[in-house]
Design a protein around this ligand. Structure first.
Ligand code: PEP
Length: 258
């Protein structure tokens, strides 16, 4: 079973529209020959339509970093799935650890957002992962299992294959501390086993699970060579075109379609 790698850049709250256009252009210029890797750019809301214009007629896809679980209404400051689709988004990051930690997002809210995204035709990247405290207390598997099961509650087999799961150990995000390939693979394999139990092994084999946490050109290859690691969600290194392109090329180099 071969799953196309997916490399997504989460620009977080960085880049004005002008800076976003420049960064997207640099990435586009250097990735046009890459066909087997799904490349996703997730700029801030204010840059979505500008980046969409830059990447039209390329293989690069657009994603957003958050959305409301409501589709319309009096929800000041929120952005709906319909708006994101109309702005050109194919993907939506849901439940990033920064949203969970700073904006009170729970597994229940993540699940609601996931359902809205799937109903409205956006492809979710659902983030899961333990904090350092949880890892040190040997709770990694409990936390990840809870994120996966509660996040995917009520999601049917035909929909789960549209979901990308991003395993992002919180202690590795923005810290420069990457999980070792063994640590990452252990949790990725665990997530796939959970999917096999919840759905079946054929479905579990189709779901892409990407790793996130200080991914850089120097570590992408060893990570992506692992059996259950299907790509990366990249924060810091996606803000620099040269590093992000190297990460994409590293993933492309290690991928052999079967
Ligand atoms: C992220 O924001 O999802 C992330 C993994 O960040 P970084 O690559 O900077 O650790």
């Amino acid at each position: 079973m071969s799953r196309n790698p997916i490399i997504a850049g989460n620009w977080k709250m960085h880049k004005t529209p002008e800076e976003s256009i420049k960064l997207a252009n640099e990435i586009k210029r250097n990735t046009f020959k890459i066909e087997d890797v799904d490349i996703v750019l997730c700029p801030p809301f204010t840059s979505l339509t500008d980046v969409k214009d830059v990447i039209q007629d390329t293989n690069i896809l657009l994603g957003a970093q958050n959305m409301s679980w409501k589709t319309e209404g009096a929800f000041t400051g929120e952005i709906s799935s319909l708006m994101l689709k109309s702005a050109g988004c194919a993907y939506i990051i849901i439940g990033h650890s920064e949203r969970r930690a700073y904006f009170g997002e729970t597994n229940e809210l993540v699940n609601k957002k996931l359902k809205t995204a799937l109903t409205e035709g956006l492809l979710p990247i659902m983030c899961v992962g333990e904090t350092l405290k949880e890892r040190e207390a040997q709770k990694t598997f409990d936390v990840v299992s809870e994120h996966v099961h509660k996040g995917l509650a009520g999601i049917e087999g035909q929909d789960i294959i549209k979901v990308v799961i991003a395993y992002e150990p919180v202690w590795a995000i923005g810290t420069g501390k990457t999980a070792t390939k063994e640590q990452a693979e252990e949790v990725h394999a665990f997530i796939r086993e959970n999917l096999a139990k919840k759905y079946n092994s054929e479905i579990a084999e189709k779901v892409r699970i990407q790793y996130g946490g200080s991914v850089k050109p120097a570590n992408i290859e060893e990570l992506i060579k692992e059996k259950d690691i299907d790509g990366a969600l990249v924060g810091g290194a996606s803000l620099d075109a040269a590093s992000f392109v190297e990460i994409i090329k590293g993933a492309n180099k290690c991928y052999t379609p079967s």
